[in-house]
Design a protein around this ligand. Structure first.
Ligand code: ATP
Ligand code: MG
Length: 262
């Protein structure tokens, strides 16, 4: 299986700002990875280069590959990656009912269009995912009228309809209540067991499920540390990452960050 992500010696700009300078990062298939770091570190920018919303600058020895390929039709690529992000949430057509939101995943579109057709099998897949994520009862509700967490759950179902080989999730639990968060964790755990690769950006280390075994620490556009969770999620590393004293606790593969002084 090709690597999910293979980036070597690339610069990434947002507007005129150079967010990454000479970034090199490889995430092999099956290496489920959490990316953490302070606000503004470049986490969302990195995920946006994977989905081709942002284009990296390749120098002479630079290379950028997702799923083993550097030339992609973005629509094809986005169907093979399940993407959930705040950008997607904000840019989605608000006048779409829940079931329609999920179906747009088949076309990687941000709204339903009349020319789009769906097979009975596709409709069945969409229904099954809505049931699993506990949103089937909300399928007629307009996106505009959904709560933040409801929108997130519909967008997660949307991301899964094409049975993508990798999931690219930017703060996916933002706005989820506790049962919805647990439901999300269960779904992610199931997907990992089905050999999907999950790459997730989060601010909450207590939401990194044990099956996500790798962590990348990003600080100001640089990789401070990357590797197995136990090696990377240490009090020393997080203290250096956030410039405040952090104490890390671990129990049965679950981690939490506590303030040192309290
Ligand atoms: N459209 C833009 N134009 C110019 N600069 C931008 C743009 N979007 C992001 N940036 C800058 O790029 C840097 C990285 O932003 P990014 O959104 O990737 O951070 P992040 O790690 O996802 O932060 P957060 O935890 O707040 O989501 C920041 O300095 C930000 O100000
Ligand atoms: Mg971000």
């Amino acid at each position: 299986m090709p690597n999910i992500l293979d980036i070597a010696n690339v610069d990434i700009y947002r507007g005129l700002k150079k967010v990454f300078d000479d970034l090199t990062l490889c995430i092999p298939a099956g290496q489920n990875t959490a990316i953490i770091g302070p606000n503004g570190a470049g986490k969302s920018t990195l995920l946006r280069t994977i989905s081709r919303d942002v284009y990296p600058h390749l120098g002479q020895d630079g290379s950028w590959k997702v799923l083993g390929q550097s030339n992609w039709s973005v629509w094809e690529l986005r169907k093979r990656l399940g993407i959930v992000s705040l950008d997607l949430q904000q840019n989605f057509n608000p006048f779409t009912e829940g079931a329609g939101v999920v179906r747009t995943g088949f076309h990687a579109s941000l709204a339903n269009f009349t020319h789009q057709e769906f097979t009975t099998e596709q409709l069945g897949i969409a229904d099954g995912l809505m049931k699993e994520l506990g949103i089937y009862e909300l399928r007629d509700k307009n996106y505009l009228k959904m709560s933040t967490g409801e929108q997130r759950r519909f967008l997660l179902a949307r991301a899964l309809v094409t049975d993508p080989e990798a999931l690219i999730l930017d703060e996916p639990t933002n706005g989820l209540d506790l049962p919805a968060k647990f439901q999300y964790m269960q779904t992610i755990d199931r997907l990992i067991k089905e050999d999907k690769t999950v790459i997730v950006v989060t601010h909450h280390i207590d939401e990194i499920i044990p099956a996500i075994e790798h962590v990348v620490l990003l600080k100001s556009g640089s990789i401070l540390a990357a590797g197995p969770k136990a090696d990377v999620l240490t009090s020393e590393n997080l203290t250096q990452l956030y410039d405040v004293p952090v104490k890390v606790d671990e129990e049965s593969g679950w981690y939490r960050a506590l303030p040192f002084e309290l």
